[in-house]
Write a protein that binds this ligand. Structure first.
Ligand code: NAD
Length: 271
């Protein structure tokens, strides 16, 4: 790897937002360390990246496995940018079956928290230790607007995991500021990716989501790239501990009418 070029880590690189971040970094001539549990998609990405002047290392791993994360990242002596992006969106929401707090499957709760919080923590801890030793680096985390407010269209573990991720970003920013390391998050609203399965979202669900977005559609993964790269850029030297939203205006709307929320048939609420 050329010493003068930036080394950029992307977790969850094989699809969606992570893939868009990897493509953009390679197009700028940055070297890449790409982590994902989906080996075949990682290989497809690696082939697509061969058009660029970028050294690419791919590791098929599960970020919840600490030993695998250590083995992939410990050999690195310097890490300029870490896009900590891998995540899942499972669990059903409170408007559907098995998504209410009393019906939620505890296994689903643990699975989502395991990937989105514990897996994130694994990659955060190893990234920060490399960056603190080097006295430089920028961490950019893919959070979600679902971690910033109640979101009836997302599952309990998803909103809880993303809220925890946001708290960790703010907390770590305090510590890392004294070590030359910045950490920020961007919080997308809905983005058209494979996160709801490779067949996309069920059309009724899709329409419900679309209705919550003033721009009237999901973001494309590429539309998150400028914000993520802004946060990663050395020129953004005064930005740390920030959570930056890209949600097509959804934060300005009430998400779902209260009448659509689940309730017992008691005639009216809190009478
Ligand atoms: P995606 O499913 O297209 O991509 C996620 C990638 O992460 C996949 O390649 C998957 O294999 C990988 N991954 C999942 N679990 C992993 C694990 N345990 N170990 C290693 N890799 C793993 O989804 P996406 O929408 O691009 O999601 C990226 C991030 O964006 C997630 O953190 C998600 O929560 C966040 N996000 C997505 C949306 C959305 O609407 N798509 C909105 C807000 C935030």
């Amino acid at each position: 790897m050329a010493a003068s070029r930036r080394l950029v880590l992307v977790t969850g690189a094989a699809s969606g937002i992570g893939r868009a971040l990897a493509m953009a970094a390679a197009a700028e001539g940055e070297d890449l360390l790409l982590l994902d549990k989906d080996g075949p998609e990682l290989e497809r990405l690696s082939n697509a990246l061969s058009q660029y002047d970028s050294d690419v290392t791919c590791c098929e791993l599960d970020i919840t496995d600490r030993a695998q994360v250590e083995a992939a990242m410990r050999p690195i002596k310097r890490l300029d940018v870490a896009y900590l992006n891998a995540g899942i969106f499972a669990g059903g929401n409170m408007l559907g079956e098995h998504g209410q707090i009393d019906t939620l499957d505890p296994d689903v709760w643990h699975r989502v928290i395991d990937v989105n919080l514990h897996g994130f923590f694994n990659t955060l801890q190893v990234s920060t230790s490399i960056m603190k030793s080097a006295g430089t680096g920028s961490i950019v985390v893919t959070a979600s607007t679902s971690g910033m407010r109640a979101e009836p269209l997302a599952s309990y573990p998803y909103v809880a995991s993303k809220a925890a991720v946001i708290a960790l970003v703010r907390q770590a920013a305090l510590e890392l500021a004294g070590f030359g390391v910045r950490i920020n998050a961007f919080a997308p609203g809905p983005v058209r990716t494979n996160i709801s399965g490779s067949n996309g979202m069920d059309p009724t669900k899709q329409a419900t989501w679309d209705n919550t977005i003033p721009i009237g559609r999901f973001a494309e993964p590429d539309e998150l790239v400028p914000l993520a790269r802004l946060l990663a850029a050395p020129e953004s030297s005064y930005i740390t501990g920030s959570i930056m939203v890209a949600d097509g205006g959804a934060g300005s709307l009430t998400q779902v009418p209260a009448s659509a929320l689940p309730s017992a048939d008691i005639g009216s609420r809190f009478r």
